[in-house]
Ligand binder design. Sequence first.
Ligand code: ADE
Length: 281
Amino acid sequence: MRFDVLTLFPGIFEGYLSESLLKDAIERGALEVHLHNMRDWANDKHNTMDDRPFGGGPGMVLKVDRIVPCVEEVQTFAERPGRLVMLTPQGRPLTQRVVEELAQEERILLLCGRYEGFDQRVVEILQPDEISIGDYVLNGGEVAAAVVIDSVMRLIPGVLGDENSAVVDSFSSGNRLLEEDQYTRPREYRGLTVPEILLSGDHGAIERWRLSNRREKTLARRPDLLDGEEMKIDEDEKKKKKKRSKKAKEPEQIAEPENVVEAKPSETPDAADATENNVDV
Ligand code: ADE
């Protein structure tokens, strides 16, 4: 996949692109990121890219007669033109669904604004996909463009070391739930212990625990993410729980729970043993 970033401050991306996963993906050729300094399209001796707004008001506006030729020329820098994304707080919100949509593209141009934004005729002529990364105002589109690159590149096959890890992330395709709580060694820290089930080696029980942890967390923190189906499952679970606790309160019903063995810490595998038993830690 190829990204072309159009910015007045290409230096902002340099550190970010030269570290960790991005660096590896670029070195392996799984990802191309080309930076273009839009000021190279300024054609006057002062390299002017912006001007005062007609009608008055604060700030400066990026000039249509600089930005449009810049985008049009960058579009010719590869075999096929790319999808043009403009980063702006007025755009549609970037969600994982939008990220998945963008990941289908072969090439994306990321147009980063500064100051008060672009002359509206840039939008009318180029008809970009306007995207916002959240309801707050950044100093420019560069950080937002980095967020787009970061979130999209994770979905490109071969970019992440572990092919599966993007799939199980919160919000990924087919999984609109928040990620479950994660633990690693030590098993106990300041009196806080790891849920016993994760050390049990019982893969089925662990998967059930993970799913129920994801659902509970999503319901508590981000109920807006749960679609009708998830809500229904959750309601069913709540009903079952209520039924169970009602039963437990009736004195004559109290009995030793079947099939539940009190876990003795000495008998449960340590995280290290768990690894031997192929348990994720
Ligand atoms: N530029 C300034 N603020 C922005 C935001 N929230 N999202 C995308 N681009 C921006």
